[in-house]
Design a protein around this ligand. Structure first.
Ligand SMILES: Nc1ncnc2c1ncn2[C@@H]1O[C@H](COP(=O)(O)OP(=O)(O)OP(=O)(O)O)[C@@H](O)[C@H]1O
Length: 243
């Protein structure tokens, strides 16, 4: 597949639910080999954005290009190159860890070694266990590992480390940093600003479906006059005022 300069380009994306705009003319550009963070309070529109980019939800207006291709028209070609983090409920109730990994690996032309991925994510001793029997944090780590089985060029990680303990979060960060160094582009959402600061090259802060900040962590601090990124985030997203 021809390599595009941008991993993702979104122009004028608008999504309406029940007559209400939950995404309002969103523009994004994610460069290859970078980590991009989409931020915002609960309900700001982060998951909807990912769904519209992937073409699993239809936007009323706007376009999204993924690796230079239209996900609506070239889903099969993109499927091989794009990983998406699993969400609760995406798996069969009785399936074991090894079975779900095997099932996913079978779908791809050149999958990564899923046993090695499970080892790296600290669940190498859980392969025979049922997915539903894993702890919340173990399951979250499995869901990230599953997104990496395709050996993707681009991965979408929604609520990256929700439910993980401090050590597991650091392990996940390190793995993602290593994969970025190998050229992986990462699109993530997170409610943890230390994580965003550690990982993201650029961020977009959404408020009620509109961009209220777009740029680097340093630019966010500068423009807000805040020393800490978390304070800058709260200022832009107005979470403090809303609370
Ligand atoms: N299928 C749907 N039908 C109606 N409204 C929806 C639907 N899916 C999402 N919404 C609404 O769209 C808005 C954006 O939701 P979305 O899940 O994208 O937010 P989010 O930023 O990912 O939030 P969170 O941080 O809580 O995951 C919310 O107001 C939500 O209630």
């Amino acid at each position: 597949m021809r390599k595009a300069k941008e991993a993702i380009r979104v122009s004028g994306l608008t999504k309406i639910y029940n007559g209400k705009k939950v995404l309002d003319g969103l523009n994004l550009s994610v460069k290859n080999g970078t980590v991009f963070g989409l931020l915002g309070a609960n309900g700001a529109g982060k998951s909807t954005t990912i769904e519209c980019i992937l073409g699993t939800r239809r936007a009323e207006q706007g376009t999204a290009l993924v690796l230079g291709r239209d996900p609506g028209k070239e889903r099969r070609a993109l499927f091989q190159k794009v990983g998406v983090q699993f969400q609760e409920g995406d798996y069969q109730p009785e399936i074991k860890v090894s079975e779900i990994c095997e099932e996913i690996a079978c779908l791809y032309d050149s999958p990564s070694d899923w046993r090695e991925l499970c080892e790296r994510f600290g669940i190498g001793d859980k392969l025979k266990n049922a997915v539903k029997s894993l702890s919340g944090g173990e399951r979250q780590r499995l869901f990230i590992a599953l997104a990496l089985i395709p050996a993707p060029e681009l991965v979408f990680l929604d609520e990256l480390t929700t439910g993980l303990d401090a050590k597991a979060r650091r392990t996940v960060w390190k793995i993602l940093e290593d994969l970025k160094a190998q050229g992986l582009t990462i699109f993530l959402t997170s409610h943890f600003m230390d994580e965003v600061e550690a990982l993201c090259d650029e961020v977009c802060i959404l408020k009620k479906g509109k961009t209220v900040f777009y740029g680097t962590i340093e630019q966010a601090k500068e423009q807000s006059g805040c020393e800490k990124f978390e304070d800058a985030y709260l200022k832009f997203s107005d979470e403090e005022a809303d609370a």
